[in-house]
Design a protein around this ligand. Sequence first.
Ligand SMILES: [Zn+2]
Length: 327
Amino acid sequence: MTATSLPGRVRLVQVLSSPHSGSTILGVILGSSPEIFYSGEMDRIPVPVWGTGLLCSCGQPTAECPFWSAVRGGFERGHDTSRLVAGQRQFEPWSSLRRTLAASVFRSASLRTHACETVALLQKVSEAAGKPIVVDSSKLAGRALVYAAARSERFDVRYLHVVRDGQAVFASRKARLTRFPEQGIDPEAVSFATRAAVRWVIANIAFWLLFSWRRGRYLRLHHEDFVRDPEGTLQRIERFLGVSLAIPLAKLRNGTSFPVVHVPTGNRIRLTGEVRFRRESPSRNSLLPAAQQRAFWRVAGGLERLFGYGKGTSPPETVPAATPSGP
Ligand SMILES: [Zn+2]
């Protein structure tokens, strides 16, 4: 059955990754397909996207963006937004993962109700976009379990697990903190590296253990492969999804830019209107002091090795994977 063969059917592709793993640019590239809409991080809809303070990639505040206003209007005609928010808070945060897993195993009615509400929102997104496939880059295993609980004749889900070298993820997080400092975080502290390693390990182990056994629904990719060989990686995704990615592939080959259409959350690069894929090759280790490298490796070294990353070696070409495409 193809994505479009059943009216009202929605297919959801969730990109599972740690933050700073290139999910925004991957979503934007996939979203240039006529069948795919990239929605950003859906766990942030309705809160904070339908409130104030965020900018959509179209340049409008998210609360006033015509696309998201249409989605909201359609959803609120038949559904209670406060129930959706309550379900998100109950089942989706990392702190709720054990509860959500238990609810999933025992097929809890409240999880199923939340899953149905979530799919109802996705159907409105798909209708407003006029595309049958939605890509969500929420980085939450709990939300992925909600999608698994929602599967039906009218809703299908696939998981793209994007792994990036944990030390490069940490270096990227540090670089962002330099530009946008956060209270209470010392980017040079060894303890900061340790906490980042714990988060990277927990997220990637959870994505792997909970979803990799779902045959035909899970594909693991390496961010570094995507940056080094974007066309080959897109062709793998094309076979996995069973959807033509001819247009994104042609754009990559031609070096043309990708429009960013109504993406309300994610990397700030979305605010530039359109992005062009490019490669850079900074050394992972030149970005981290030795004490932080050691601290990170003590926690995450085992999993790094398992994913094929070595200690003390520079990764293949890495951040950033995109650049604004100015006029
Ligand atoms: Zn918009």
